[in-house]
Design a protein around this ligand. Sequence first.
Ligand code: GLA
Length: 730
Amino acid sequence: MATYAVKKWVYSLTIFVTTATVALGQQPIRYLEAKKLFVLDIGKVSYVFGINQHNELQHHYWGGRLWRDEDLPATLVSDAPGLDRQEYPGWGESLFSEPSLKVSFPDGNRAVVLHYVSHAIAGDTLTITLKDILSPLYAHLHYKIFPETGILRRDVTIENRTDTPVVIESAQSAAWSLPRGPGYRLRYLSGRWAGEWQLHEEPVQTGTQVLESRRGITSHQMNPWFALDRDDNRDQEKGDVWFGALGWSGNWKISVEQTPDLQVRVTGGYNTFDFAYRLPAKQSLTTPPFYAGYTEGGMGEASRILHRFERTEILPKPGADKVRQVLYNSWEATQFNVEEAGQEALADKAASIGAERFVMDDGWFGKRNNDHTGLGDWYVNPAKFPHGLKPLIDHVHRLGMDFGLWVEPEMVNPDSDLYRQHPDWAMHYDGRPRTESRNQLVLNMARDDVKEYTYQWLDQLVKNNDIAFLKWDNNRYFTEPGWPEVPAENQRMLWVKYTQNVYEILDRLRARYPKLEIETCASGGGRVDLSILRRVDQAWTSDNTEALDRLTIQDGFSYAYTPHVMMDWVTDVPNFNGRSVPLKFRFLVAMQGSLGIGADLNKWQDQDLTLAKEMIAYYKQVRNAVQNGLLYRLASPRQADWSATEYVAEDGSQAVVYSFLHSQHFGRSLPLLRLLGLEERGLYRIHRIDAKVADKSEVVSGAYLMHEGVGLSLEGDYDSTSFFLERIQP
Ligand code: GLA
């Protein structure tokens, strides 16, 4: 840990020194009065925009670091008012591309033309105030720079200083303009339940590509992340990439547009679908944060930047500085049949192979014997746990593990005491059928009474039991998103208020119980984004734990999110797809993020338990590099029948390699695996877990490992290996 901290410090210092040398005496955020330009120097990145002759905020540059303000134009000129390079255009004048703000005034007036009013620079933040030319409607644009990673965060507060409510029909967080020109390619993550995180790529063409969720939560189907590169450069480690991620766990939208004159823009914020936020007089609405960055180091570096940013700026402290524990989860072993003796027996086995946390999943509360009943009744089931949870928790503690529990606070089964008492608490439209999914309805968390009730029972649960960890699940999307208890014109505020209230519950719990750790889960990876990650310590990646499927799922996840939060379990076979892959393969796949075990350990033979113990011990040696290091994708599981990843510790002391063979073609050998991110002059000791590394040398130089590479003798079907390098010199 100490070396890691020193290395991080050296890294920051390097950036600082580089920055200081190139731009001696210059503030990282500055306003060039004569040119009316704002210059944001963000580590290796510069971002420039200014005020044009129409008094609009116009984008100028986003890319590699500039150093000479004299190079920038004397004035920004736009051919006509309202054209498509504005930083934050209202819908008005001749804007026909995606607006950042669209408002309807009570008199039917629906144009907003935002002009510059003032700005304030305070350290690493810049706030610019724009105002509609007619009404006292203001937009305060916030920019925050993160020089260590080059990330820029933008959000906007819309302030209604008129005397009447206005209806906001679109409130975006930012519009990002890329260098004008052809040849961009969009990468994004789409998917489905048990098949999240599929990486797609397609050319950007004139028109608009929309990434979005209309499901009330972040969603499995699309994730609010994008990356754009250009000129068909497929090198992982080279080439311009502009990338970003929106932090919103409700309905969101990212529009990627190319205008006929080849201006590419990315606009993102609240989804405009069914959006009508009635903003009362003298009140304001703040959009979700939209984070974005640039690198010339290809997709690999874009991911590493995001990973580091998430660990250092997003994830709650102090968890983000630690390594994640190896956990055991009971779900696949026992489903709803949890009870004291059975859970204790599983805990014994989990502890014996090296697990550090024991998590009891669904089934412990109410009359929860299956998924038809009990959700919403958060008392300990007396038949399953006659003495409460304490005996089990004490047992788990005696085994040296801490204890975690599954909850699904936002949901209710119609067959529950809660629903019988408060049918109006479920989201609904009066008189219409309530669509069930997994036999459950969504509680309307936008209601403050429902929010308060939910906070109170969670608070009691954590206060009365020694719980270190909650797996916070959410197993369905919104349907009938009605809120009949408030006036019709306020009902659509549910889209915003629901998520804000969920955030508030999480924030209050974390403030009251600073040691409590939380996992975000939504039938797998349905709610992972940069704003939920500010409030949780880890994410459940997918319900699909089948190891081969999992390779592409995890690979996709890693484009946007750090392996630190990526929870991966080893489970039993045959699993999804009816496929059975060897236990070693399953372990090595799951070790590429935060390792968990989700199998029925009662079924495991002695040799399985022995292998598990060895694998977990190995993982503990390398997990700091995996979770907190630099990920290099050596061979993608989407492109070939074999794949490999490498993780290098931030301080360079260790590198870990995993490689997987799907199926061998007779007579075809694997190419040498050329490693990345090592020190040319460094000497590395190789630690193997098997005999599959062809080279038998004990010590090899970084230059040899990176230029010549490592031969692997993987053969047959579902073969796998891992080795790690310990840097011994210099
Ligand atoms: C969801 C989760 C699973 C498990 C079940 C319990 O499907 O993704 O991991 O917790 O709910 O009902």
